[in-house]
Design a protein around this ligand. Structure first.
Ligand code: GDD
Ligand code: MN
Length: 368
């Protein structure tokens, strides 16, 4: 086992107008990292207020009393926002390990040595601090709405990367330890808030990932910088990361609908009653969709999956059948009770159903 006290770590803290939090954060990091010589704190700052001078003041004080060294990269152009700042920090790291954390004390500094220590001891590339495994808690997410958004974004991300995120319950966390040497930073396209997802998902090979629970605390001072725009950026990021799989899934679904109509039309032309024609068309479409999907969307997951062909077929058909029934009920309900226009209702439900179907297939049918 490697002696932890010999491994140096850099704590990367992206900051945007976090002045009132700097001194307290450094104080607690200093305390948490005693006995780890070679540790340092690196602020990557995009602030438009006096935060940089506050950081410089704290850095000077640290140097004076021999505390943990504090470095500052201040960026005039905030390229890539929070994620861009983290990547810039990772480029500047000179130690073998780095820990990325927020500057507002929602991430407990006491966990920094635990995360890095686990990575070192177990020979991992990344250790994720998770709010969603035993002992973790997302308490500090203000409001039920952000909890819902956070949980469902995590489910969506895990559906898109069932293999790479197999052991990751919290791909959205901003708190993790990483061995920069395991990454190819040039491949990352950082933007918005979700840097960890970028690190785990976009890279030449899967990383060795471990997790550690933590309790997401309250902000020490100031307000969150998360906005609606960040949410939109996140969806864009997911789309760009998984453009291939998602669009093939959508195209096959769309083709299925066209095929369905074409079969009904053909059978009616041949003189068949429309009712059996509908049933036959549905059966043929469900089956061809399934086969196309096996071949063109989820092929890479089949070998690693836990279910055999017939089991996958059964699950897929069961889902599609249930979904069709529930969707019709939902459409009727929003039209009757909430007075939506039927076309709008149908369009919205089709999009919702598409996402649910994708999640179900990646998480259940092709479960690794
Ligand atoms: N350099 C830089 N540039 N830092 C930024 C920027 C930016 O454009 N935007 C935000 N930050 C910094 C903040 O100053 C803070 O230190 C940290 O990034 C997190 O920002 P918050 O505004 O506190 O975000 P949050 O608490 O709402 O979100 C946190 O929790 C989410 C989990 O739900 C972050 O850790 C997210 O990454 C995480 O997904
Ligand atoms: Mn925060």
């Amino acid at each position: 086992m490697v002696d932890r006290s010999l491994v140096a770590i850099t704590v990367i803290v992206p900051t945007f107008n976090e002045g009132p939090n700097v001194a307290e954060l450094v104080r607690r990091l200093d305390e948490a990292l005693t006995g780890m010589p070679g540790a340092c704190v690196l602020f990557v700052d995009d602030s438009r207020d006096d935060t940089p001078s506050i950081i410089e003041g704290v850095a000077a004080a640290q140097a004076e009393h021999g505390g943990i060294p504090v470095r500052l990269i201040h960026r005039e152009v905030a390229l890539g926002g929070l994620s861009g700042a983290v990547v810039e920090g990772l480029r500047a790291v000179e130690t073998e390990w780095a820990v990325v954390m927020d500057g507002d004390l929602q991430h407990p500094p006491e966990l920094v040595p635990v995360l890095a220590g686990k990575g070192i001891d177990q020979g991992l590339d990344v250790v994720v601090a998770s709010r969603y495994i035993g002992g973790g808690d997302a308490g500090g997410l203000d409001g039920w709405w952000r909890k819902v958004v956070s949980t469902s974004s995590a489910v969506l991300a895990r559906s898109m990367f069932p293999l790479r995120l197999r052991n990751v319950t919290d791909p959205m966390t901003g708190f993790f330890a990483v061995r920069p040497g395991a990454l190819n930073l040039d491949l990352l396209r950082p933007r918005g808030f979700k840097i960890l997802l970028e690190v785990l998902a976009r890279g030449p090979k899967p990383l060795n990932v471990g997790e550690e629970p933590f309790v997401f605390g309250e902000r020490f001072a100031g307000d969150s910088k998360a906005t609606f725009t960040q949410g939109a950026l996140y969806l864009k990021q997911l789309a760009s990361l998984r453009f291939g799989r998602m669009s093939r899934f959508a195209i096959i679904g769309g083709m299925g609908a066209v095929l369905n109509v074409a079969i009904v039309w053909l059978l009616e032309m041949l003189g068949m009653d429309y009712r059996p024609a509908l049933v036959i068309a549905a059966a043929v479409t469900i089956l061809t969709n399934f086969l196309l999907q096996e071949r063109f969307v989820f092929r890479d997951l089949i070998d690693q999956g836990r279910f055999g062909f017939w089991s996958r077929l059964g699950r897929s058909v069961a889902f599609n059948g249930t979904e069709a029934v529930l969707r019709s009920i939902a459409v009727i309900w929003v039209v009757e009770a909430a007075h939506w226009l039927p076309v709008v209702a149908q369009a919205v439900m089709i999009v919702v159903a598409f996402v649910l179907r994708f999640v179900f297939h990646s998480q259940v049918v092709y479960r690794p």
